[in-house]
Design a protein around this ligand. Sequence first.
Ligand code: SF4
Ligand code: SF4
Length: 285
Amino acid sequence: MHELVVLSGKGGTGKTTLAASIGSYIDRLVFADADVDAPNLHLLLETKLIEETPFYGSRKPVSDLERCTGCGLCTSLCRYGAIVNGKVDEHRCEGCEFCYHACPEQAIRLEEALSGHINVSGTRTGPFVHARLGVAQENSGKLVSSLKKKAREIAQDGDYDFMIVDGPPGIGCPVIASISGADLTVIVTEPTAAGLHDLERVLDLAAHFEVPAVVCLNKYDLDPKKAAEVEHFCHEKGVPLVGRIRFSPEVVSAQLEGRVPGDENALLRGQFTKIWKNILKRLDA
Ligand code: SF4
Ligand code: SF4
């Protein structure tokens, strides 16, 4: 099974569009949306929810007021003002567990807290694993790890040859969780100074985790000079450029209509086809 992760240093570079587009060349695959803070791959796939599983990714303190002596130690130690004589304000509590360790009466215990859900939906080409963090919940790295584990199990059980992960933006914990164990990362970038900077950071991360990387240059025609700079950078680093995509209003209209860009545009389709062929060559190599 080949596991591909599509990344970019920031949101809005065309990562999800590319993930959906390369997936459209595969008859059977598992899709996973690891951008759990702002998932949107489902907007480009026709999905039907099959299964929803609660995700408990953190622990929250619960006090036993019968044991509490009202000594006030927890109140004085909590820097978030989230506990007053054993009574926890769950909206303020950050789950640091300090009060649990500090209470001299063991009047505080920790309970698993619901942080979000991991869902499995059906698509035309196979299962789609996605998730959403609950409001004001953290631990998105842990959620991404669980989501990927679920997607891998489904891919292995169903004997799928491909798994495509739409990764989160940035280079933090969720990205690390999404890239670990992948066969290839496809980094989408744009011809801007910020795009080049983000590309460098994601490439460093991929190199650190020993995941081979290829680059796709989106909207390359908006700044040919900067695009040449990005290509030169890739060449210098020895990172293959698998393709370039022109800026096209068709991409935006396809996104608004919930379809994969390129379905109704031969030029776009040709660009995605070339990218997919180059990715296959890298996987074969
Ligand atoms: S530290 Fe323990 S005993 Fe003291 S007020 Fe808090 S919960 Fe009660
Ligand atoms: S877990 Fe941390 S934030 Fe929450 S009440 Fe205890 S000390 Fe305060």
